[in-house]
Design a protein. Structure first.
Length: 238
């Protein structure tokens, strides 16, 4: 199975349960039903997984369908690029913490170029000139520092994680410019647009999830994270 790039596609995967859920399915369809991972908290995880599914089925997915119907794809791409560009701050900070100086410079360059020439990030002008995105988060930084992954866990709303990547959500939240929008009403509107736009872009990917949804998504998520850390799929020690 060919390895999937962790550059621009990975950067669009925000910390929402559905985005990760579906992106994992897109990355590792072939292996997700073959490789099995230890899941000591499976009972509780499945309960939270069902809770997340209910939220999606009755709230997020209907909103995304309506949004997709009235919003042209080019506009959706502009919105996705805008929010994705904000993630370069997280990418740069975590690359620096891992002493990846080249990737740090690239993330800073991408943010500066796309935020100016790219009209506040709505147009990705950096990738065509060779400044490709490399997704990083604090969970990956902890892995780089040698921290163990810990058990697999499904979080309400945020979805599939390992204990390590779940702990990384807190420091990463300080690197998200959306968290500093004031007043709170505007912050929630921005986050809502980001989430609904991302969900709309993933509507056509649900058919890739086959068999037992919980097991498929768990294994695909862990494979994706393992690949982002080691460059190998599948494997042990994640």
């Amino acid at each position: 199975m060919a390895k999937t790039s962790t550059t621009s596609k990975s950067g669009k995967m925000k910390n929402t349960f559905l985005a990760i859920l579906l992106s994992c399915g897109m990355i590792s369809v072939g292996h997700a039903q073959v490789v099995s991972y230890d899941d000591p908290w499976e009972g509780a995880n499945r309960a939270v997984f069902r809770f997340n599914d209910v939220i999606d089925s009755y709230a997020l997915k209907p909103l995304a369908k309506g949004y997709d119907k009235v919003t042209p794809k080019p506009v959706q791409n502009l919105v996705a690029n805008f929010f994705n560009n904000l993630g370069e701050i997280r990418n740069a900070a975590n690359s620096l913490l891992q002493f990846k100086l080249g990737e740090t410079a690239t993330a800073i360059g991408r943010f500066g170029l796309n935020s100016t020439v790219g009209m506040l990030g709505m147009v990705d002008v950096a990738t065509p000139i060779g400044l490709e995105e490399k997704y990083e988060d604090f969970g990956l930084t902890l892995a780089n520092w040698g921290a163990p992954s810990g058990p697999y866990v499904v979080l309400p709303i945020f979805g599939p994680k390992t204990l390590r990547s779940g702990l990384g959500l807190y420091p990463d939240s300080y690197l998200d410019p959306q968290g500093y929008i004031s007043p709170d009403k505007d912050k929630y509107i921005a986050k809502g647009i980001d989430l609904v736009n991302l969900r709309a872009n993933l509507l056509g990917s649900e058919e890739l999830v086959v068999g037992d949804r919980y097991s498929f998504i768990r294994d695909a998520y862990l494979q994706r994270r393992e690949y982002m850390i080691t460059g190998e799929l599948p494997g042990d020690g994640f």
